[in-house]
Design a protein around this ligand. Sequence first.
Ligand code: GAR
Length: 197
Amino acid sequence: MLRVLVCVSGGGTNLQAILDRVADGTIRNAEVVRVISNNPGVYALERAKNAGVEGVCVSPKEYADRDAFNEALLDAVDAAQPDLIVLAGFLVVIPPKMIQKYAGKIINIHPSLIPSFCGTGYYGLKVHEAALARGVKVSGATVHYVDEGTDTGPIILQKAVEVKAGDTPKDLQQRIMEEAEWVLLPKAIDMIANNEI
Ligand code: GAR
């Protein structure tokens, strides 16, 4: 069984998609062993609890400086003994030490077709605002391995989603989640768990 650790910052709809696909057997040979949030009180932690998965919060606000937070984060990661770390809307810059320690074992979901609308400053709704401002007719989502850069690691899966006339950033975000993110991220985990990649 692949031990999967999921890192979250907010609502956790991608986490929910993973939990649901593990529960219904679509993700084979994997279990979610721990959820880490950098924000206290987020709904993602509730989702973990409802699924019987341990949820922990490691908030930067509780540490004197970034180094201390990074150490605490790595401790919380190590404690889960993960085979795979999934960044599912985790809006924290991953410490280089963690990237080196878990090289090739960290994946991220990004809500655009990388290399468009990605990198520093592109997260959450900002991605969709930028896509709409540029007037693209197609956007989508990307699952990729995490390296030292921001959204620069090798691409695992991508799915295109149509932009519709009159879309607000929230409309586009919702469509990309439903049609791409909630499908791609479970699929990537299943592929990794079953050596299909
Ligand atoms: C998702 O749209 C995810 O792709 C995005 O944050 C959202 C989290 O939603 N991630 C990024 O922008 C990373 N750069 P969720 O908490 O409901 O899964």
